[in-house]
Design a protein around this ligand. Structure first.
Ligand code: ATR
Length: 291
């Protein structure tokens, strides 16, 4: 059990809403098991109060913060330093206390990378399909390009958003040939005759819209070898069900959520969290979500 005293370091989450966040469970369990004297709390912060919240947190000696919707972009102007990849992505979900303020990182992409590594889903040298070109997709498309995917087919309902994200990532990695190919969501018929890992980053299928998938056409699922959804509620999305029906291996987003937290915890506490403890926290998260 956590015992709070005068030497306890404060960690926390800022966002709006934060009332259902599972991050306190992740971080307080890690602190408890590793014997670190931390306490992690969730703070609901309105958009207009963001600057005061960051300044106040620094003044109070807060060691680190997670940042969630809607502050992941807006927080950047309140930082004293930023990790180069987080800067390129344009979104920060982790603040680490440094001299004079906080340094921003993006551990969302680290989370998915670690989950995929653990599950044996390869990125390097592979051709990968990403569905969606919103905020979540941005971090993931940068991650797959950084992890040396051979080609990334970026499929989005509004193709202009895919074009813009593809341009940003191709410029950042600066290869001779573009790695990210933007396409309309309906253009998968152009990807022929082989199997792909598909990462589903859209909000379609998220609770309570549990009967929806960004692509309903079953022919699409014939292309899928590994279906990675970043949604974890529901535990099995319609996208995963359709992919499984066509023989794909499927993964939900709970691992990504765990490992983005673990990566943040490692940054704040200058430690590394072993796989056995990660698995224990994963089981607690599952139970908390009723599985
Ligand atoms: P997030 O930060 O969760 O990524 P976002 O930035 O609003 O949220 O992006 C949502 C993504 O889900 C976008 O790619 C969006 O497609 P559009 O850019 O065309 O809006 C996608 N999306 C949302 N609803 C969808 C639907 N019904 N069908 C297909 N894609 C959908």
């Amino acid at each position: 059990m956590l015992s709070i005293n005068a030497k306890t370091s404060l960690l926390g989450l800022i966002g709006n809403p934060v009332g259902h966040s599972i991050s306190p469970l992740i971080h307080n369990t890690l602190s408890d098991r590793l014997g670190h004297n931390n306490a992690y709390l969730a703070f609901k912060v309105e958009q207009d109060d963001l600057c005061d919240a960051i300044k106040g947190a620094y003044a109070l000696g807060v060691k680190g913060l997670n940042v969630t919707v809607p502050h992941k972009q807006a927080v950047i102007e309140h930082l004293v330093d930023i990790d180069p990849l987080a800067k390129a992505i344009g979104a920060v979900n982790t603040l680490v206390r440094v001299d004079g303020g906080f340094k921003g990182y993006n551990t969302d992409y680290l989370g998915l990378r670690r989950q995929m590594e653990n599950d044996g889903v390869l990125i390097e040298g592979q051709e990968i399909i990403i569905l969606g070109a919103g905020g979540a997709s941005r971090a993931i498309t940068f991650m797959c390009a950084e992890a040396r995917a051979k080609k990334i087919y970026l499929l989005n309902r509004s193709v202009e958003k895919a074009v813009s994200l593809a341009r940003d990532v191709n410029d950042y990695i600066n290869c001779e040939q573009p790695v990210v190919i933007p396409m309309a969501l309906t253009d998968y018929a152009k990807l022929s005759g082989r199997k792909y890992t598909v990462i589903q980053t859209t909000s379609k299928g998220l609770f309570p819209d549990v009967d929806g998938a960004p692509v309903e056409d079953e022919a699409f699922y014939e292309l899928v070898s590994d279906a990675v959804d970043i949604i974890f509620n529901p535990y099995e999305t319609k996208f995963m069900k359709l992919a499984a029906k066509h023989g794909a291996r499927t993964y939900n987003g709970l691992g990504m959520l765990l490992y983005q937290g673990v990566a943040a915890y490692e940054l704040w506490n200058d430690t590394s969290v072993d796989q056995k403890l990660c698995e224990e926290v994963y089981e607690l998260m599952k139970r908390e979500m009723g599985h």
